[in-house]
Write a protein of this length. Sequence first.
Length: 398
Amino acid sequence: MTKIGFLSFGHHGEVPGSRTPTAADALRQTVELARAAEDIGIDGAFVRVHHFERQLAAPFPLLAAIAATTSRIEMGTGVIDMRYENPLYMAEEAAATDLLSGGRLQLGVSRGSPEIALNGAEAFGYRPADGQTHADAARAKAEVFLAAIRGAGVAPADPSRTRGRHVALPVQPQSPGLGDRIWWGAGTRATAEWAATQGMNLQSSTLLTEDTGESFDRLQAEQILRYREAWAAAGHERTPLVSVSRSVIPVTTDLDRRYFGERGRTTRSASSTAPGPGSAAATSATRTGSPPSSPRTRRCGRRTTCCSPCPTSSGWSTTRTCSARSPSGSRRRSAGRRPVTRLRRRSPAAEAGRAAARAGRRTPGGARVRRAGPSARRRHAWRWSPYRAGGGPRPPPR
């Protein structure tokens, strides 16, 4: 690894505890975050682009603001969804931003990630051609964009204004070297190989939209290997660049510990819901904090508080009482504290069954009720239910 950066989604919303209630707050704080990252030696400030959501949607004004207020850090995207873009206008904006930054723009583009809008690009006026998928349309636009920023002529000139010459005009401005700093966010091995043939760098995400049964790290390593092989086969002169990302949640303050816990842990999901029906995805590990206490019990002085939820799928309910023990071993309530009890509402059938149990009769199902003694109630904290009386599963020990 030679460089490290951060990626911000720019979430904002008026919810309790939010420090970014408005879009203006999210934009200003992203610029401030980039400046602070530069001060501590971070190499890159990247933003995620999502449309129709309370996130960052228009990257170039934001990247230009970062460029104007910093001097060293690189800035870029991860990624811009090409389905929403006019590739020629985007080439002009990208070149202008790169010139303002002094050649520090690292622009990530792709087909985009799963989104809340249904065919959102069509609302922008962009519909795939007949026989084209949305992914095909995004790749076609990326090819036009690459040609434009590399100086190719993309519009015929008017001979009456060019002294009779028939030439193709490039977009302006042009920023030399920007074509070597375009990245393709690949969600599959095949699109990584396609990016190599186009001369784009590779952004390998935390989400690969295919699942071969291999773990994420092996699948990602194979994707990068195939990308480099395709790059060599294409005969490009320069050395390709590859970036990978991991989700990290730093826990540094009391508020962080309140949300994410004090002990770091790693969770890995081998598969999850992918963009299309019936498809699978491999995801990377996420480093975060564990809850501040166990989900089952939390010790508070001499008292143990039971905090686990009461299962209901099997039809049984529990009553939990929090108490302490005296040195002699007898149960007694803690001084000055009321016992904490979790009660669940029982159905009329359950109440009728309990009445039958107290009377010593059989239940409507014909099974005799077995009444647990005090020790069993303390150990398992269970109560009578129709499922138990009818031979159903016994609640697991606590």
